[in-house]
Design a protein around this ligand. Sequence first.
Ligand SMILES: Cc1cc2nc3c(=O)[nH]c(=O)nc-3n(C[C@H](O)[C@H](O)[C@H](O)COP(=O)(O)OP(=O)(O)OC[C@H]3O[C@@H](n4cnc5c(N)ncnc54)[C@H](O)[C@@H]3O)c2cc1C
Length: 271
Amino acid sequence: MATELTFGKRWSQDRYRVAEPMARHTSWRTGGVADVWFRPATREDLLAFLVDLPLETPVHWIGLGSNLLVRDGGVRGVVISVQDALAGIEDLGGGRVAAGAGLPCTILARHCVRRKLGPAEFFAGIPGTVGGALAMNAGAFGGETWQQVETVEVVDVTGAVHTRTPAEYSIGYRQVDGPAGEWFLGACFSFSENYDTSMEKIKALINERRVKQPLGLPSCGSVFRNPPGDYAARLIEAAGVKGYAVGGAVVSDKHANFIINRDNATATDIE
Ligand SMILES: Cc1cc2nc3c(=O)[nH]c(=O)nc-3n(C[C@H](O)[C@H](O)[C@H](O)COP(=O)(O)OP(=O)(O)OC[C@H]3O[C@@H](n4cnc5c(N)ncnc54)[C@H](O)[C@@H]3O)c2cc1C
C-alpha cells in the first residue's frame, strides 16, 4: 500500500514526485518505485518537510545512489535526496573543512587538493556524496572517510538538528553504527595543512582504477566487502564465475567483484 502524503502537494513536481522509479536515481539503473521522492531546494525546505512528515512514515535518504540496490518492489515511504539542499563546502581554517551531505566526494577531493589539505585524494575515487560516504565509511586508496571526521551534523525524524562526534559512533570497515533515526546533514573534516598533493596525483589514481575496473558501466562498484586477509574479487574469480549472467546482470570480466547491469537487469537478476 503506497504512502499518501497530502501535504506534499505544496511542493513543485520537480521537487516532489509520487511513484518515482528509483532506477533513475541509482548507478545500477534498476529498482522499483518509491512511494514518494523528495529533493528539497534548500535546507529550510528539508527541515520543514521533516517537521510536517507524519512520524510513522518510513524515511530513506539517498545520495548519488552509487551503493544501492533497490528491489523491484520499490520503496515504501519517502526517499529524500539532498543533492541541492546540502551541497555547500566551506573552509573553516586550520585544515578544517565543512561539507554538506549532498556534496559529491569528488568536489571535496578537488577542493582539498587545491588548498594543499590532505589526505583527501581518496575522496576522488568515491562516486557518491559526503552523506553516503559518512553512512558507509567509504574509502579508497588506503583512506577512509571517518579518519578525517571531526564532527557530524545530523537531523532526526522530528527535524531536530544535533552535532555529534566520532566517539558516538561505532565505525568499522564500510560500516557505521550510530544513534537510530538520524541522518547526516554534513560533516566538519580535519586535514593536515601544507599537504604534499596535486591534481596529477588524483588523475593517476583514477587512471589506475580505469584500468582495473569497468567504470562507466551501470554497477555499484565492488559488491562484497573483502574478508579478513583476502580479496572478494580474488575469491569470486577463483570460483570461476567471471562472465556468469543471470537475466541482464553479469559478473564483470574486468573485475570479478563488480556486477554489471548489462541489459535491463532487474534487481532480482542482480540479487
Ligand atoms: C564505480 C564505483 C566505484 C566505487 N568505488 C568505491 C570505493 O572505492 N570505495 C567505497 O567505499 N565505495 C565505492 N563505491 C560505492 C559508493 O560510491 C560508496 O559507498 C558511496 O559512499 C555511496 O555514496 P552515495 O551518495 O552514492 O550513497 P547512496 O548509494 O545513495 O546511499 C548509500 C547508503 O547511505 C545512506 N545515506 C546516503 N546519504 C545519507 C545521509 N545524508 N544520511 C544518512 N544516510 C545516508 C543511504 O540511505 C544508503 O543506505 C563505488 C561505487 C561505484 C558505482
